[in-house]
Write a protein that binds this ligand. Structure first.
Ligand SMILES: Cc1cc2nc3c(=O)[nH]c(=O)nc-3n(C[C@H](O)[C@H](O)[C@H](O)COP(=O)(O)OP(=O)(O)OC[C@H]3O[C@@H](n4cnc5c(N)ncnc54)[C@H](O)[C@@H]3O)c2cc1C
Length: 283
């Protein structure tokens, strides 16, 4: 199918982009187009105007320092995945990105676009939520920071206003003695996950887990972050996860199967993240 008619603007600067968004009645940002263009073609979205930000060079940034990784709105998944510096500062980013679609889609799709799209089965919203990251949003009214816990409001719905451009996302660095892991099950590699989990484990001086957190995708309307420290210590991790989640059934999987997957994936991710924490501590 072909998309419905729409107006098109291709701003060159951030100022032009936010002015275009403010002027547009029913405008949508076009970034990598890997989610928006299929929605247009299937006529599930019909924006009056597309604001194509692909020519706004100041959004094409990727910075990493001791505090974390700041990903500009035009940084493609592949660029972030391949960045050795980003992987050193926050290894969970690369681990999760390898599960996002296929390489061709990762060459074009953007990290910030994925967060703005807020698909409940997407990997990066769960990672941002788990790490306590944030998104920076700019409009003609000014700039604000939206914490991950406030950003994801519902399926394909964020707290960003229609006239706000998400200019960057910030993923905090891995704290000391902390390991990370990502695990998911999809029907085929590159498909959206039936269920998935991102986990962090912090170990104490004796190598015992002292803090265990996980964010689940594909099992709730928004990423679900759970503190699993006590459940892990009690040996009831999988049961605890199954009790805490309430997934939906759809044509891909039943709610019961998703609940089962979430428990199994949590165990796998916890084991991997613990091993990662110990390896990072090893001299
Ligand atoms: C076959 C296929 C498989 C896929 N599998 C996965 C998968 O397994 N996991 C996964 O996470 N994703 C998957 N995707 C989606 C892909 O990762 C997209 O790249 C991503 O979701 C959106 O990024 P984008 O830059 O392409 O955004 P676009 O498609 O350009 O935009 C998506 C939405 O976000 C808004 N938006 C984009 N950028 C901004 C911004 N800076 N500020 C405000 N709003 C903005 C747009 O207006 C639109 O509503 C898949 C896509 C395809 C086609």
């Amino acid at each position: 199918m072909k998309p419905p008619p729409f107006g098109y603007r291709a701003p060159r600067t951030l100022d032009e982009a936010v002015t275009a968004l403010a002027d547009a009645d029913g405008g949508k940002v076009l970034a990598g187009g890997q989610s928006l263009v299929p929605l247009l073609n299937m006529r599930l979205a019909a924006p009056a105007e597309l604001i194509d930000v692909n020519h706004v060079a100041e959004l094409d940034t990727l910075e990493a320092d001791g505090a974390g990784v700041r990903v500009g709105a035009l940084a493609r998944h592949a660029r972030v995945e391949r960045s050795a510096t980003a992987a050193r500062v926050q290894p969970l980013l690369r681990r999760a990105l390898r599960h996002v679609a296929h390489p061709v889609i990762r060459n074009r799709g953007t990290v910030v676009g994925s967060l703005a799209h807020a698909d409940p089965a997407a990997e990066l919203p769960a990672v941002l939520a788990l790490l306590g990251g944030h998104v920076e949003a700019v409009s003609v009214r000014g700039r604000r920071v939206v914490a991950a816990r406030d950003l994801f409001v519902g399926p394909l719905e964020t707290a960003l206003a229609d006239d706000e451009l998400a200019v960057a996302a910030f993923f905090p660095a891995a704290p000391p003695r902390t390991g990370t892991a990502f695990a998911e099950i999809a029907r085929r590699h590159g498909d959206f996950a039936l269920a998935g989990v991102a986990a962090t484990v912090t170990v104490d001086g004796d190598g015992q887990a002292e803090a265990v957190r996980a964010a689940f995708l594909g099992v709730a309307e928004v990423p679900l972050v759970l503190d699993l420290t006590e459940a892990a210590a009690s040996g009831r991790l999988a049961e605890h996860v199954r009790e805490r989640i309430d997934p939906e059934s759809d044509i891909h999987a039943s709610a019961d199967y998703r609940r089962h997957l979430a428990g199994v994936l949590a165990q796998r991710a916890l084991a991997k993240a613990t091993a990662d924490a110990l390896a990072r501590e090893a001299p």
